[in-house]
Design a protein around this ligand. Structure first.
Ligand code: F6P
Length: 367
């Protein structure tokens, strides 16, 4: 093992550059040559690389985004996987660290089966990668959402309004659940727990009667709300690349609430949660992930993802990660009882039901 590369795929997350910094420091200490592959897998296809060492990565720890740039591109979808394998060989690489979410890690598994020595690093603010206690980027995103919610309490109270704070979380409600509880929201809506639109409206209309002057409602972008005829409130748009673009469920909900006589406004936090410097926790986690990934490759271990378990670095076979996602798991969240929610809408989960937390809802709503 002499020459190792690193690439970043999918959406960015705070801490990517810290992972690369961890890789570069460990590679140097082990006497390995280390290069960065630019624009995800495209860099392998087009031989677009940059030499990396501890000097180049010197001030990357606290820098958001990815210095290597990223793309949403799956070589298997394009029938270009052999071009990637050829690029890897031609660049003289002996191993690759691939930093990515579910799509990138699934691609890693496919390429590993074609003989490429790869170690994956779990990256996503959504925290929905199986096999690890936490992905890097999640902590920073939750803090950004919580900071926003803290600010919104005073203005919501002043006007006696419902403020709907929409956070990221495509299939999993980790950000909404953590930021909602930490930010003391009155209601949290997550994809794993579909609700009836009529119940949300009833909940909002009854706030004053229940002694609440105002409410913060946190909704994950992928949250499902169904009308009485079973039709979802909103469906995501599909981008030209075939990627489902979410965002905007809060706008539709606010419209429904206003029509029902509830004064409601929306705040879509969007990419604010992904941009900017990583938290100290995410920097530490990222450094550990990067350093361990390089150590593994140096030892000849590949086909695995580095993961966090009880604050220890472990490895999980890519085969156990590929094509799977980890939904918000109330059982592992010991403050789940604090999560305010409405009853589950029967049958709305459809094929998403598999792996869902299944902890019911109860009549609950706000505390
Ligand atoms: O997967 C992470 C994520 O931030 C999701 O929460 C969100 O739906 C998606 O990326 C947004 O992606 P894009 O930046 O391509 O709009």
């Amino acid at each position: 093992m002499k020459r190792i590369g690193v690439l970043t795929g999918g959406g960015d997350a705070p801490g990517i550059n810290a992972v690369i910094r961890g890789c570069s420091l460990r590679a140097e200490s082990l006497g390995l040559e280390f290069i960065g592959v630019r624009r995800a897998w495209i860099g392998l296809k087009e031989r677009d690389t940059v030499p990396l060492d501890s000097h180049v990565t010197a001030h990357w720890l606290g820098r958001g985004g990815t210095e290597l740039r990223t793309r949403r591109y799956n070589p298997f979808d394009e029938g270009e996987e052999q071009l990637i394998v050829e690029g890897f060989a031609e660049l003289g690489l002996d191993g690759l660290v691939a930093i990515g979410g579910d799509g990138t890690l699934t691609t890693c598994y496919g390429l590993h089966k074609l003989g490429m020595p790869i170690v994956g690093v779990p990256k996503t603010i959504d925290n929905d990668i199986p096999g690890t206690d936490q992905t890097f980027g999640f902590d920073t995103a939750v803090q950004a959402a919580c900071d926003a919610i803290d600010r919104l309490h005073t203005t919501a109270a002043s006007h006696g309004r419902v403020l709907i704070v929409e956070v990221m979380g495509r299939y999993a409600g980790w950000i909404a659940a953590y930021a909602g509880v930490a930010g003391d929201a009155a209601l949290v809506l997550i994809p794993e727990h579909p609700v009836r639109l009529a119940d949300v409206i009833e909940w909002a209309k009854g706030l004053k009667q229940r002694g609440r002057e105002y409410a913060i409602l946190v909704v994950a972008e992928g949250a499902l709300m169904v009308r009485d005829d079973g039709v979802p409130l909103v469906r995501g748009e599909v981008t030209p690349e075939g990627y489902e673009k979410l965002g905007g469920v809060s706008v539709h909900l606010a419209r429904e609430l206003m029509a029902a006589g509830v004064d409601a406004r929306t705040i879509i936090l969007g990419h604010i949660q992904r941009g900017g410097p990583p938290s100290a926790f995410d920097r530490m986690l990222s450094l550990r992930y990067g350093a361990r990934a390089v150590e593994l490759l140096a030892k000849g271990v590949s086909g695995v993802m580095v993961a966090l378990s009880d604050n220890h670095m472990i490895t999980v076979p890519l085969a156990e990660v590929a094509g799977r996602r980890r939904l918000f798991d109330s059982a592992r969240f010991d403050l789940a009882w604090m999560l305010p929610r409405l009853p589950l809408a029967d049958g709305a989960l459809g094929d998403r039901a598999e792996g869902a937390p299944g902890d019911g809802g109860g009549p609950a709503a706000d505390r």
